[in-house]
Design a protein around this ligand. Structure first.
Ligand code: ADP
Length: 358
């Protein structure tokens, strides 16, 4: 370790010790809560706060303070603090401590069918026998309540201030749409949206899940980045239509998820073509744009979903095709995509940041 790095490490540790451990009242460092402190050559710092089992959510504030404190240090360009518990088995059912894989579903633009794909993909994971959750993080235009036929339903209160997720089609689900009256205008200021999102991640009793899909708001900017930095992601899936897929959009997506250390599990091309009753494929939005772009950007291509009336009708009816008509060719397609995405989670798993300095 060179001198500069050693000095930076010392400064970071000192600064982290100014943040109080909620349990012992000591500094986070002295309380032994910090693990895996990693300093990249480019000034990117990441570390883990190990919270005692069962009370991880009480550490969310300490994590934010720790992040902010380290960020102030000169030479630090970015900070990512991840909250974990010592023993995942003993961890509280609130929060995502017992979720095996958190996967974000993103798109560069709205209207490409991201939410439709996310819901059907979630049902596909469930039909593969995985315990699956769907967290609708599109605070500006939540669609999970409609897509799952749960409009007007409210989550019930669990222990303490925790919330129980709603359940439909073998999925656990949470959305801002369940927490806010559908009639009230969805105008969120950044801070409010962030705290609502935090509540949906930290205070919902997700319990044991194999996969939790996050349906992100459209776009790959700072708003989305802030949301996904709250959780350790196993990977991200990008949804696009053929013609909207500019290489620049995918690159933006890739660079956003790079900052979260999450691999791109692949690109899904939605509305890829329309198949006429006589089996002729019409490429309404152009052909193969997403596959080409994925190839050029060096990320996997997961598959195509055609424009389909049954898919649209089932979405409008709140009865996802993948769950209600599992033998439909498009439901099969979603299962293949889910399997490919799962394989990529294992294949592309990035090793935990190398522990350079502890
Ligand atoms: P986004 O989440 O990207 O804004 P949505 O999932 O809300 O997009 O989809 C926009 C509209 O397009 C919805 O009415 C949806 O039912 C429809 N849609 C999405 N994908 C398809 C598809 N493959 N075939 C037919 N309609 C689709």
């Amino acid at each position: 370790m060179n001198n500069q790095l050693a000095r930076l490490k010392e400064q970071i540790e000192k600064r982290l010790d100014t943040v109080k451990d909620p349990v012992s009242g000591k500094g986070l460092m002295s309380a032994g809560r910090i693990a895996g402190l990693n300093i990249g050559d480019d000034g990117k710092v990441s570390f883990t706060i190990e919270a005692p089992a069962g009370i991880a959510s009480e550490y969310a504030h300490a994590r934010d303070k720790g992040e902010a404190a380290v960020h102030e240090i000169e030479g630090v360009s970015a900070v990512l603090a991840v909250l974990t518990t010592h023993d995942a088995k003993l961890a509280s059912a609130a929060g995502i401590g017992r979720v095996k894989h958190v996967v974000a579903v993103a798109s560069a633009k709205g209207g490409v069918g991201k939410s439709t794909v996310a819901v059907n993909l979630a049902c596909a994971f469930a039909s593969l026998g995985m315990k699956t959750g769907l967290l609708d993080l599109d605070v500006y235009g939540p669609s999970a309540p409609t897509l799952l036929g749960l409009q007007g339903k409210k989550p019930s209160q669990g222990q303490g201030k925790s919330l129980l997720p709603l359940e439909a089609y073998n999925l656990k689900t949470m959305s801002i749409g369940y927490l806010v009256d559908p009639g009230s205008p969805m105008i969120w200021r950044g801070a409010m949206a962030t705290s609502a999102v935090r509540q949906m991640i930290d205070e919902v009793m997700w319990g044991d899940l194999d996969v939790l899909l996050l349906d992100l708001p459209p776009g790959t900017g700072d708003v989305q980045l802030t949301l996904v930095q709250r959780v350790p992601l196993a990977g991200a899936i990008i949804v696009s239509t053929p013609q909207e897929m500019a290489l620049a959009d995918v690159r933006r997506g890739i660079s956003m998820f790079d900052k979260t250390h999450a691999p791109i599990l692949g690109v899904i091309e939605n509305m890829a073509y329309y198949e006429t009753p006589d089996g002729h494929r019409v490429h309404i939005f152009g052909e193969g744009g997403a596959r080409r772009t994925a190839d050029q950007a060096g990320v996997p291509f997961l598959g195509e979903i055609p424009i389909d009336v049954a898919l649209r009708e089932s979405a409008d009816a709140g009865a996802p095709l993948s769950a209600t008509q599992p033998d439909h060719p498009i439901s099969r397609r979603f299962r293949e995509i889910a399997e490919a995405a799962l394989a990529n989670i294992t294949r592309l798993a990035k090793p935990a940041p190398s522990i350079k300095v502890i």
